[in-house]
Every structure is written in structure tokens, then in C-alpha cells.
Design a protein around this ligand. Structure first.
Ligand code: 11C
Length: 339
């Protein structure tokens, strides 16, 4: 039987992409409920030719809802996900609220689809930088256990929401017109600039929250506490796809042919690695695409032969980094026996 589906936070950048993914993947549903904060309630949205009125997200929103896709921010998830679970609904939560809860599965369907079955009403969607990295690294981890990952991110405006995307666009318009730039979201010029990720920095160890998420979430998804991960997260003036430079250390040597063959066969990965024409992953090439683009594939010359590799990847932050991954998790719920 087709589930009744709700989207909480439907008017946000990810919310809109959740609708697009449900449509594109022809996700089967009976009823669809669009939920958002009181500010957006009453707004009309069209989905598959039908008009819907956005309703206010409340404790009573989840009567008769089977699957709720939450993308309304961590505080809204903490506030309303328990009511949804009490109403018998399975929540797929895009926020960081429950990701590290030991009783909540954290799922990248290309990596650990089996984990989705062990939920207590909530399944967490990982951080976008984590998802994109995990899709590219997991097929290599299966060749030989990876001991260490060093990542540097180049993160788009979309990760900070629709308002950040609008501010970047507006800065381009205002800069062209010779006007003063509005800097409400990040408090600085974003156009022609880049800066350390805007999440809070731990004053003791100097890591920001985004970096800590990439570290902790990857260990949980790979179920490997001995995996050493470190990251430097940077915001770049790109609209919607994140890039990452990734350095890997294997526990035993792997040939470049094996690395390439594993990536070529990996679900959700598209190799773009044309040295002759300098065609490698770029945010504009990844935008609107489901796959994570992987290129600059090469042995790390600083490590013993076959022990280390370098990659450069790009993935659409709003799709695989958020909405698409959440809808794929919902598909796992529909077909639990495929795992
Ligand atoms: C960014 N990844 O690009 C962040 C936003 O943990 O879901 C999403 C934060 C999260 O800024």
C-alpha cells in the first residue's frame, strides 16, 4: 500500500528539492502533506499538477502520516520528530539533531542500506559533506580498509540555505552595479572570496562543527571507530554543489587499476577524469546531477606504493547531499527486502 507522506520544511532550499526528487523518482504515495513554519503556512505550492496549501508544522501534523521527511532545521526536528514518531510515523531527518544518537541509524543508501531497518522511528540523513565523501570513499574502503582520510571541502552557498544562495546572487548583481554589498547572512563579502565554514569552532581543538560532523558521522556510517578522519571545511562562492579534495591511506597496497575499477562500478559515482582536456569534477557540472563526480584519481606520491590516493570530487549539496539521499532512504523503507 502506498504511504502517506509529509514534508516538514517544504519551503526551504532542501524542501523544494525533496518535492523534485519525489516527482523525478516517481515515489509512490497516497496523501502528501506540505508542512512549514507558521510564517510559510497558507502558501500554495504545485506538485505533479496539483495545488497544495502549506500547513503549519504542529504536534498534530502527523495523524495518518507514514513517512515524514524533515528538513526544517535541528530545533524543529527535536521539537516535532517525537510527536511524529508517537503518531506511528517514520521520520527521515535531514538535520544533525539525531545523527549521533546510538539508537538512530545514520544512512547513506550506497554504503549502509541495511542500517535503515534498525530504526526506532527516526532515521538520520547525514551531513552533506559527509554523504558526498562517503559515496566516493566507500567503494575504495571495500578494496582494502582505509586507515585515514584527509579532506578539504569547497562548500557552496546552498548548504547555508536558500537565503544564502540569494545573498550570493544579490552580491553579484550589486557588485556589477557598483553598489554596496549586503552581507546579512555571513557578515562579509562572499562574492570573489572564500572563508572558513560558518559553523561554530571548538575553542579547545580549533575544529568547526562541520569538520566534526564529517569525522564522527563517517566513523558511524562505516562502523569503524579506528578510521582516522580529519577535515578542513571552507565556504566558496558557488551556488549549490560542494567539492572536496580527499587524501586516503589504505591498510594494504591497492593498484590504481583496482581503484579505478571500484569507482567505475560504484553506485552513485560518475568518474570524470580526463587529464588531456583538464576535465575533472566542477560544481557547475555536478549541479542538478544525482551522481557524485570523482576525478583527479592518482596515487599519493608521498606514500609507499599503492598505500595512498588522491581524489577530487563534486556533488550536488541539495540533491545527494540532502534531498536525494533522504528520498533514497524512504525508498529503502518501501522495499526493505531488497537489502
Ligand atoms: C553546509 N553541510 O554546507 C552544511 C549545512 O549538518 O546538515 C548542513 C548542516 C548539516 O553548510
Amino acid at each position: 500500500e502506498r504511504p502517506n507522506v509529509a514534508i516538514a520544511g517544504v519551503t526551504g532550499a532542501v524542501g523544494v528539492e525533496l518535492l523534485n526528487c519525489l516527482d523525478k523518482r516517481n515515489f509512490p504515495f497516497n496523501n502528501l502533506k506540505l508542512l512549514a513554519s507558521a510564517r510559510s503556512a497558507g502558501k500554495e505550492m504545485v506538485f505533479q499538477g496539483k495545488k497544495y496549501v502549506v500547513e503549519e508544522l504542529t504536534d498534530d501534523s502527523f495523524e495518518d502520516v507514514d513517512i515524514a521527511l524533515f528538513s526544517a532545521g535541528g530545533s524543529q526536528s527535536k521539537r516535532f520528530a517525537p510527536s511524529a514518531v508517537d503518531a506511528g510515523c517514520v521520520v527521515i531527518d535531514n538535520s544533525s539533531a539525531f545523527r549521533m544518537d546510538p539508537h538512530t541509524p545514520l544512512v547513506v543508501p550506497e554504503v549502509n542500506p541495511e542500517a535503515a531497518a534498525h530504526h526506532n522511528g527516526i532515521i538520520a540523513n547525514p551531513n552533506c559533506s559527509t554523504i558526498i565523501m562517503n559515496v566516493a570513499v566507500w567503494p575504495l574502503y571495500k578494496l582494502s580498509r582505509i586507515r585515514r582520510i584527509v579532506a578539504a571541502t569547497y562548500q557552496a552557498a546552498s548548504g547555508a540555505g536558500a537565503a544564502a544562495m540569494r545573498e550570493l546572487e544579490q552580491q553579484a548583481v550589486d557588485w556589477s552595479a557598483g553598489k554596496e554589498l549586503k552581507t546579512d547572512i555571513f557578515g562579509r563579502q562572499y562574492l570573489w572570496n572564500l572563508f572558513s565554514h560558518n559553523s561554530a569552532i571548538d575553542p579547545t581543538n580549533g575544529y568547526n562543527e562541520e569538520e566534526v560532523k564529517m569525522i564522527r558521522e563517517t566513523k558511524k556510517i562505516f562502523t569503524d571507530d579506528n578510521l582516522h578522519v580529519t577535515a578542513t571545511c571552507i565556504r566558496v562562492p558557488v551556488l549549490r554543489a560542494h567539492c572536496e579534495a580527499i587524501n586516503l591511506t589504505f591498510s594494504s597496497p591497492v593498484s590504481e587499476e583496482e581503484v579505478r575499477a571500484a569507482l567505475a562500478a560504484a553506485p552513485g559515482v560518475l568518474i570524470l577524469d580526463d587529464r588531456q582536456h583538464n576535465q575533472f569534477p566542477e560544481p557547475l557540472l555536478a549541479s542538478g546531477e544525482d551522481d557524485v563526480l570523482v576525478g583527479r584519481i592518482r596515487p599519493d606520491l608521498s606514500q609507499p606504493h599503492g598505500m595512498g590516493y588522491e581524489l577530487f570530487i563534486a556533488g550536488d549539496q541539495l540533491l545527494k547531499g540532502a534531498a536525494l539521499n533522504a528520498v533514497q532512504i524512504a525508498e529503502l523503507l518501501l522495499h526493505p527486502h531488497d537489502q
